[in-house]
Ligand binder design. Structure first.
Ligand SMILES: NC(=O)c1ccc[n+]([C@@H]2O[C@H](COP(=O)([O-])OP(=O)(O)OC[C@H]3O[C@@H](n4cnc5c(N)ncnc54)[C@H](OP(=O)(O)O)[C@@H]3O)[C@@H](O)[C@H]2O)c1
Length: 296
């Protein structure tokens, strides 16, 4: 096995990134550009992954070493109402990307989610646990994993959880947007998982590609939390401890899609390969809050 972090002549050096206007896509583009990769970032407008011909043309023209799919319908409740839309992006779009990769001998990194699990397990979900998604979002993401594997072997499948960072509409950036707007804040206490800082995830994905070790990964920061605890800690770091957050249960929010109660994951493959765990989400939150405050 090649050592992680050790780039060599076989390390891919060009990447086409879909969903590059989103949180992870933007971090991925920034990370690889800083590492001197040729990056072809495609936001939704530039490349709609549900358009098979556009996908084929873009990949053929760019001829990247690797396609990193960060595009998804991450609106879990909208997926429940608009099932066709969810599957078009989260399954068919992935299939089209995998086909284009196969035609051009590119590699594929596809990002998936902890929501493929039902959340009933007491401990950490590993790759040995059977998925059982509760929501259309989770079901369509699981279908996307299958589509990638059916069309292209081998691939890098990266499941992650609770991705936060500066920009976009994630729970971290939204928290500060709501505080600025003077909104009444509620924090869910009965749903737990691992909050994952998008720049840390992007760096680890780059490391995995560099290693050439294909497979199904569970990549998260370390440390289990609830939305409520995350928010309290982030506000404390920001010197805004006076902001009131009302603890609530997920059911109080009357959302359309069911969510897994506890979906923290552990990565057997990373352990086998000797990949060090990513830092605690609390340490990552320090960087996030600093960046978030500098932006405003
Ligand atoms: N956010 C989380 O908590 C979380 C947790 C676990 C896993 N994940 C996974 O992590 C990956 C990255 O998520 P993220 O947090 O970066 O989400 P994000 O910020 O919502 O980014 C997703 C991007 O995909 C784009 N997109 C949607 N439909 C598209 C299409 N048909 N063609 C091309 N682009 C399209 C969106 O553009 P528009 O905004 O224009 O629609 C958006 O820019 C996704 O696979 C997601 O399922 C996320």
């Amino acid at each position: 096995m090649k050592a992680f972090n050790q780039a060599d002549s076989t390390t891919p050096k060009s990447a086409l990134i879909t969903g590059a206007g989103g949180l992870l896509g933007a971090c991925m583009s920034e990370h690889l550009r800083a590492a001197n990769w040729r990056v072809i970032p495609c936001n939704h407008q530039q490349l709609d992954i549900t358009d098979e011909e556009a996908v084929r043309r873009s990949v053929l023209e760019a001829r990247p070493d690797v396609v990193i799919n960060c595009a998804a319908t991450a609106d879990v409740d909208r997926c429940e109402r608009d099932v066709e839309w969810a599957y078009a992006v989260n399954e068919k779009g992935v299939r089209y990307l995998a086909r284009a990769c196969r035609a051009t001998h590119a590699e594929l990194v596809h990002v998936s989610t902890d929501y493929v699990f039902d959340g009933s397990k007491a401990g950490f979900y590993t790759q040995a646990d059977a998925p059982n998604p509760l929501s259309v979002y989770g079901q369509s993401k699981l279908a996307g994993e299958g589509a990638a594997q059916e069309e292209l072997e081998p691939t890098y499948l990266i499941r992650t959880s609770w991705v936060f960072g500066v920009g976009g509409k994630n729970f971290g950036s939204r928290l500060f947007a709501y505080v600025r707007a003077g909104a009444k804040l509620k924090g869910v206490i009965d749903q737990t998982s691992i909050a994952t800082y998008a720049p840390d995830l992007a760096a680890r994905i780059a490391e995995i590609i560099g290693s050439g070790e294909h497979g199904l990964y569970h990549i998260t920061n370390t440390g289990v939390t609830s939305w409520y605890d995350f928010a309290i800690y982030a506000l404390e770091l920001a010197g805004m401890s006076e902001v009131v957050i009302e603890p609530c249960n997920r059911a109080d929010l009357n959302q359309t899609a069911p969510r897994p109660h506890h979906s923290a994951m552990r990565c057997l493959l990373s352990e086998k390969l000797g990949l060090a765990p990513l830092r605690h989400w609390r340490d990552a939150a320090v960087d996030f809050v600093r960046e978030q405050l500098a932006k405003n």
